[in-house]
Ligand binder design. Structure first.
Ligand code: ATP
Ligand code: MG
Length: 389
């Protein structure tokens, strides 16, 4: 029966950790394809095999799911057949008919794990390549830069003909990098920053601040939708929605206008740190990008992170908007991100925000606020939304 092969990425390089990387990846793959049917999943020689156990499995859906699992660099399908040259040729012809009919050139690459197989890898490639070229004379043999590579593999149990490989998600298996709280707004940037950290193996605890009635129910739904769009990459998550209205109103009542945004961001960080401690998360992720807005100058970032001790990870810090947008389209969050709903950052924005704030001034600006009580009430008012796969 046809199956899916996932090629491991960097995982391969990790020496002693390799086993735990592989185990994590297998567990992640297992969870991701669970919706697509019943599969047997196992690792052999830098490849993970995702093999349906019956005909009911949706292989196309499982293939798409595998492409979004971090730690996999390439995904292909493969069809097993008898360990016999003629059977391999016939299988390649039917299985790869479309590809061989349309590709301008091809080569055959063979791997022989079963050393009792009578032909060497080179002999096998030559024989199968010759037969395929005869059957598809328009598809030239090109061993240097072929449009199509036909992979053959001789294993103990069977021979395998591989379909063309497509790129996987790359990165490291989710969970290998620990857990971080990620600040998820409804904008373009923060879904991308979340995705980038997940790509490096970090499991995410997303956090969203909302300020009814200044921000609408639709704005909240938008963030839930974004989290759902991230789930095929980042796995299931628990989105925490933190009420932020009281804090924003207190800031407006008590602080100089030029510091509104910075004081607000400091509250976001404090609450993020509390949530991180609760979830045993080791860092806070934001979608901040140097120079993008007044609150993202180096001085402003310093003021923002002053209130936390955990590392603040800002994967977008050196990226241009165009690069961020390109990624956002690739991961599938862009269309939702541009829906026109207000964010709590856009209510009470100062007309003249300070771009080079001094820490002392900002600390003084918020001195009148009961930080402890405000954060405590925001924590108590949280709502939790389960984001399933
Ligand atoms: P984004 O596109 O992610 O909204 P932005 O460029 O609009 O980013 P800001 O609105 O200043 O920038 O926010 C900077 C970062 O702060 C965001 O990327 C996000 O990580 C976090 N953030 C902003 N607003 C919220 C919110 N309402 N809830 C959670 N996090 C937020
Ligand atoms: Mg924003």
């Amino acid at each position: 029966m046809e199956m899916i092969l996932c090629k491991l990425g960097e995982v391969v390089l990790k020496g002693l950790n390799r086993r735990s990387f592989e185990d994590k990846l297998i567990a992640n793959l297992r969870r991701r394809v669970a919706n697509c049917g019943s599969f047997r999943i196992y690792a052999k020689q830098s490849t993970i095999y995702v093999e349906p156990t019956d005909d009911a499995a949706d292989l196309a859906a499982a293939f798409d799911a595998c492409r979004k699992v971090f730690g996999v660099i390439a995904v292909s399908r493969a069809l097993p057949c008898a360990k016999d040259v003629q059977a391999i040729i016939e299988t390649a012809k039917t299985y790869l008919h479309e590809d061989l009919s349309t590709a301008a050139s091809f080569k055959v690459e063979s791997k022989r794990a079963d050393k009792t197989f009578p032909l060497t890898s080179i002999q096998l490639s030559q024989q199968v390549g010759g037969a395929l070229h005869q059957a598809y004379p328009n598809c030239a043999v090109d061993v240097h830069a072929p449009a199509l590579t036909v992979f053959l593999e001789i294993r103990d149990d069977a021979a395998f003909v591989h379909g063309p490989a497509v790129p996987g998600a790359g990165g490291l298996p989710l969970g290998m990098g620990g857990t971080a709280v990620t600040l998820l707004s409804g904008g373009i940037d923060s879904p991308v920053s979340s995705w980038m950290m997940a790509k490096r193996g970090v499991a995410l605890e997303p956090l969203h601040f909302f300020s009814p009635p200044y921000t609408s129910e639709a704005a909240k739904e938008k963030v839930i939708a974004l989290a759902r769009e991230l789930a095929p990459w980042c796995g299931r998550m628990r989105l925490q929605i933190v009420p932020f209205t009281e804090i924003q109103e207190e800031i407006r009542r008590n602080c100089p206008e030029e510091f509104f945004t910075l004081v607000m961001r400091r509250f976001m960080m404090r609450i993020a740190q509390r949530c991180a401690e609760e979830a045993h998360a080791k860092a806070i992720v934001t979608g901040e990008c140097l120079g993008q807005v007044a609150s993202q100058t180096m001085e402003a970032l310093r003021v923002t992170e002053d209130v936390v001790t955990l590392p603040v990870l800002r994967p977008l810090i050196g990226m241009d908007k165009e690069e961020i947008v390109r990624l956002s389209r690739k991961i599938g969050t862009f269309d939702t991100s541009i829906l026109p709903y207000e964010d709590c950052c856009t209510v009470f924005t100062p007309r003249h925000p300070r771009t080079r704030p001094h820490l002392d001034e900002v600390r003084a600006a918020e001195a009148a606020l009961d930080v402890e009580a405000l954060c405590g009430r925001a924590m108590d008012g949280r709502e939790f939304v389960r984001i399933k796969l």
